[in-house]
Ligand binder design. Structure first.
Ligand SMILES: [Fe+2]
Length: 204
């Protein structure tokens, strides 16, 4: 298999009580796994494309034959987005550190702390399934955006820094229709050390 499901970097219950173990297990072992399986299926007859990373595929979807383009967009996006999502979470995470990321977030949200509110607003406006992102644009500036389905900011030439999964599969067991509570929980689980390192890499 060209693409494989990365192991969850912590136990299923690591984010309890904010994200329950059962949701984490189904989300990773069933949903994320299905994106990987379906991406492999879509690319089964294209050994040359299998040599590319998911990021390379999504950055230049035009090189993917039209016949499988939607499948690669959806399942490749699902694989890439979830891989980043797992890495972005940590219980008892440190607050946003001062430094380049703190400054850039301050600029984006008017204050470093304004991020949670802005994130909530964006998440509230996602109709149906999708993601909320803080992305790095071509000028290396941060922007807050949403994408439908499993679309990645990579499709638009941007680099995702943090992504919040607002598909119901990410929160329904515990939060049901209370998406805002899930968004608040997520914002308190962001692994800012990881995000800081990623930001430095993406803007270097
Ligand atoms: Fe998801």
């Amino acid at each position: 298999m060209a693409y494989t499901l990365p192991a969850l970097p912590y136990a299923f219950d690591a984010m309890e009580p904010y994200i329950d173990a059962r949701t984490m297990e189904i989300h990773h072992d069933k949903h994320h796994a299905a994106y990987v399986t379906n991406l492999n299926k879509a690319l089964a007859d294209y050994p040359d494309l299998q040599k590319l990373s998911v990021e390379e595929l999504l950055k230049d979807l035009a090189k993917v034959p039209e016949k499988i383009r939607t499948a690669v967009r959806n399942h490749g996006g699902g694989h890439y987005n979830h891989t980043l999502f797992w890495q972005s979470l940590r219980k008892d995470s440190d607050p946003i550190a001062n430094g380049p990321l703190g400054e850039a977030l301050g600029e984006l949200f008017e204050s470093k702390e304004g991020g949670e509110k802005a994130f909530l607003e964006k998440a509230r406006r996602v109709f149906g399934s999708g993601w909320v992102w803080i992305s790095v644009d071509k000028e290396k500036k941060l922007m807050l955006e949403t994408t439908p389905n499993q679309d990645s900011p990579l499709l638009a030439g941007r680099q995702p820094l943090i992504g919040l999964d607002v598909w119901e599969h990410a929160y329904y067991l515990k939060y049901q229709n209370r998406r805002a509570d899930y968004v608040k929980a997520f914002y308190n689980l962001v692994n800012w050390d990881f995000v800081q390192q990623r930001y430095e890499k993406l803007t270097a």
